[in-house]
Every structure is written in structure tokens, then in C-alpha cells.
Ligand binder design. Structure first.
Ligand SMILES: Nc1ncnc2c1ncn2[C@@H]1O[C@H](COP(=O)(O)OP(=O)(O)OP(=O)(O)O)[C@@H](O)[C@H]1O
Length: 276
């Protein structure tokens, strides 16, 4: 018997605008993500990756179709604090220190816990244990020295790292991340990829992760979902059957490059189809 999927998207259409200027950001999109899976979404600019994340996170409503998170609507999942979102640009509270920004959402409210208890699709999943040590997470993200500073005193990349640490601290059941590492230098990016994988492995969180980097997708994901635009749609889901942890020597091996080549080929096809 299979349980309730962590994320289920069925026949979703999302249109912006109307008449001749309408944009079909997504059309007939279906995606099922089992609990604990790491899914990367990749595709040409404008193919609807962010739109799909926003729909799953309950920030927008689809024009058609249905979305469920652990069997309930995104709005219900948000109210029970099942979903953590790291947007493309960090939304921090400017008047609070870095430390307060990351610890504030940890204070799980009782109403959310009660709502969580009523969600049958979570059967078997433990509620998040006591939150992690946020000072330690900040330190590991290279932010130990700026814990008392205000967001306005940090660089853009540092602010993004704060937003990522904050999402980690929530221990969400479903973590939705929109190109979270794109603005970071390579060293910080790899360090945060490792932290994300550690968190994912220990908490059995389900991750939906948008990236433009083929290497990042192969390094992180169980499944790489390739999308195309005009209208935005899913063209293929590629299972990445490589051992974990995926670091060091493995990244230079032929089997790793074979997945990169396969995904690049599918992206090229999606791009040519769009351009045709
Ligand atoms: N609020 C909006 N109003 C109008 N059109 C929008 C809106 N948000 C997105 N779109 C359009 O919907 C389509 C999909 O946008 P979306 O941001 O989801 O794509 P994306 O794949 O995430 O792109 P990128 O890789 O460039 O971030 C695009 O054509 C975009 O212009």
C-alpha cells in the first residue's frame, strides 16, 4: 500500500493576464513527490518553475487542477506549518538582528501543532523535534560573526544565507527552494548544499528545489524534473541513480557526467522546441 504523497499536483493550469496577452505559465502539469524525496526542477527561463513552487507553497491559486500537500490544500498545509519556503530573494525583518530573524519562526505556535495533528496524510511522520541550535547553523553557514547585525548591514549573499538558515531551522515537512544558492560564491554554495543534504537526510524532509545548474541538480536530487515553456510544462522526470554522499571523486566520474549530459540534452530539446 502506498501512502499519501508529500506533494501532488494534478492537471494544473496557471494563466497570467487574459485575452491575446495571456501567458500560460503552466498547463496540464502533473507531479507526484513521495515523502522524503529530493526533487530538482530545471528548465529554460520563464517555463514556470517559480510559479509551480508558489502554487505548492499556497502563495497563488491555480486556474485549473488540484494541489495537495500531505493530502491537504496548500493553505491548510501552511496553517499547520508544514511548508518552508526559501524565495529567490530573502525576505528578512530589517529591524531584527540576524539571530532573531532565524529564531523567531522556530517558536511553533500551538494552533499550528493542533492543525498538524488533524492531517491524516502525515501519519507516521513525527512532528519536528526541538529546533536545531541556530547559532551553530549560523556558524556553519559562515554567519557566526554577524549574528547580532541587522540584515541591512550584510551583503546580498549573506542575507540569502540567513534566509536559508531560517528555513532549515523550521524543519518543515516540505521545503520549497527557489534557486536558493544562485547568488553565492562556489565555496559557500557547496557548503550550503552539504548542509541542506545533512538536514534533508536527518529530518526526512521532502525538498522541491529550483535550479539553473545541471551539476547542482545531479549532485542534490533523487529526481530531476525537466520543464519547457510555451506553455510551461513538465517534459521528463529523470531518476538520478547515484550513491550518496555525492561529493569528491564521484563528481568527476563518468557516471556523474552521464547524468549531466542526459539532462543537458533534454534541456536543449526543450529549448529548441520553445524556440521553434
Ligand atoms: N505575476 C505575474 N504576472 C504576469 N506574468 C507572470 C507573473 N509571474 C510569472 N509570470 C509569467 O509566467 C511565466 C513563468 O514565470 P516563472 O517566474 O514561473 O518562470 P521561471 O521558470 O521560474 O523563470 P526563471 O528561470 O527566469 O526564474 C513567465 O512567462 C512569466 O513572465
Amino acid at each position: 500500500m502506498t501512502g499519501t504523497p508529500a506533494v501532488e499536483v494534478r492537471s494544473v493550469r496557471m494563466v497570467y493576464g487574459s485575452g491575446p496577452s495571456a501567458t500560460f505559465a503552466l498547463d496540464d502539469v502533473g507531479l507526484t513527490v513521495e515523502p522524503g524525496r529530493f526533487v530538482a526542477l530545471i528548465g529554460p527561463s520563464g517555463c514556470g518553475k517559480s510559479t509551480l513552487l508558489r502554487l505548492v507553497a499556497g502563495l497563488e491559486q491555480p486556474e485549473r487542477g488540484d494541489i495537495r500537500v500531505h493530502g491537504v490544500t496548500p493553505a491548510e498545509a501552511c496553517a499547520a506549518k508544514l511548508i518552508g519556503l526559501v524565495p529567490q530573494s530573502p525576505a528578512l525583518l530589517p529591524w531584527m538582528s540576524v539571530l532573531r530573524n532565524v529564531t523567531l519562526p522556530q517558536k511553533v505556535n500551538r494552533r499550528a501543532a493542533a492543525r498538524r495533528a488533524r492531517i491524516a496524510g502525515l501519519t507516521g511522520r513525527q512532528p519536528p523535534a526541538a529546533g536545531p541550535d541556530m547559532r551553530e547553523l549560523l556558524r556553519r553557514a559562515g554567519l557566526g560573526d554577524v549574528a547580532r547585525k541587522l540584515p541591512g548591514q550584510l551583503s546580498g549573499g549573506m542575507r540569502q544565507r540567513v534566509a536559508i538558515v531560517r528555513a532549515f531551522g523550521l524543519r518543515p515537512d516540505v521545503l520549497v527552494m527557489d534557486e536558493p544558492f544562485s547568488a553565492l560564491d562556489e565555496f559557500t554554495r557547496e557548503s550550503l548544499q552539504d548542509q541542506l543534504l545533512d538536514l534533508w537526510e536527518e529530518s526526512e524532509t521532502t525538498v522541491l528545489f529550483v535550479t539553473h545548474s545541471v551539476t547542482e541538480a545531479v549532485r542534490l536530487a533523487d529526481t530531476v524534473v525537466v520543464m519547457a515553456s510555451g506553455p510551461g510544462r513538465i517534459v521528463e522526470g529523470i531518476e538520478v541513480d547515484l550513491p550518496r554522499p555525492r561529493r569528491g571523486q564521484l563528481l568527476g566520474e563518468r557516471r556523474f557526467h552521464a547524468y549531466e549530459d542526459l539532462i543537458r540534452d533534454r534541456l536543449r530539446r526543450a529549448w529548441h522546441h520553445d524556440a521553434a
